[in-house]
Design a protein around this ligand. Structure first.
Ligand SMILES: CC(C)(COP(=O)(O)OP(=O)(O)OC[C@H]1O[C@@H](n2cnc3c(N)ncnc32)[C@H](O)[C@@H]1OP(=O)(O)O)[C@@H](O)C(=O)NCCC(=O)NCCS
Length: 149
């Protein structure tokens, strides 16, 4: 069974331990400093009091992370810092995670989600498309996708 576990205030030791691999870290956040920089993540995650971080628990293990960040758009949250540990990828858990995150966003009062993904990350784009997100904008490698809830 998959569950979202609130990570507020964020446990940066645990988050940093998940994001120890440079390639993963840069897929999750291309501007992230390597190695994991708790100050940079702290600033980002606490940039708005409504921002929320979650660990992804699966069968009692922490296997990933996701965040819902406030945006400048009404009732719209930014789905961010999506990560599932390599060992757990490729078995549909990414798509399952999207359903849990949408439920959580609705509980928080959101009516839409938006996200940023890179053209060079086809696996993540596939997951977001399968979850019903559609591209709304693109600048170079940066693609913005949205979904009404
Ligand atoms: C993105 C991520 C969370 C997805 O989780 P996951 O467990 O791998 O996803 P799923 O197994 O649910 O689905 C993967 C889908 O991508 C497809 N896929 C895998 N590699 C692919 C590729 N190179 N090109 C296109 N599609 C690909 C799979 O076939 C599957 O689609 P399907 O169910 O239609 O067959 C995970 O891979 C991850 O943490 N990646 C590293 C960090 C990252 O990229 N984060 C997102 C930043 S925007």
């Amino acid at each position: 069974m998959m569950k979202l576990v609130s990570n507020n205030p964020p446990d940066f030791d645990r988050l940093g331990a998940l994001l120890f691999d440079k390639d993963d870290l840069l897929l999750v956040w291309p501007e992230a400093r390597f190695p994991f920089d708790r100050e940079q993540w702290g600033e980002r995650l606490s940039s708005h009091p409504g921002n929320r971080s979650y660990f992804v628990a699966f069968d009692g293990q922490i296997i990933g992370h996701v965040a819902l960040l406030e945006t400048d758009e009404a009732e719209t949250l930014a789905l961010s810092y999506v990560f599932i540990k390599p060992h757990y990828r490729g078995r549909g858990l990414g798509i399952l995670l999207m359903t849990l995150v949408e439920l959580e966003a609705k509980t928080l009062g959101a009516r839409a989600l938006r996200l940023r993904v890179r053209t060079y990350n086809p696996r993540a784009r596939r997951v977001y498309e399968a979850a019903g997100f559609a591209q709304s904008d693109q600048t170079d490698t940066l693609v913005i996708m949205r979904k009404q809830l």
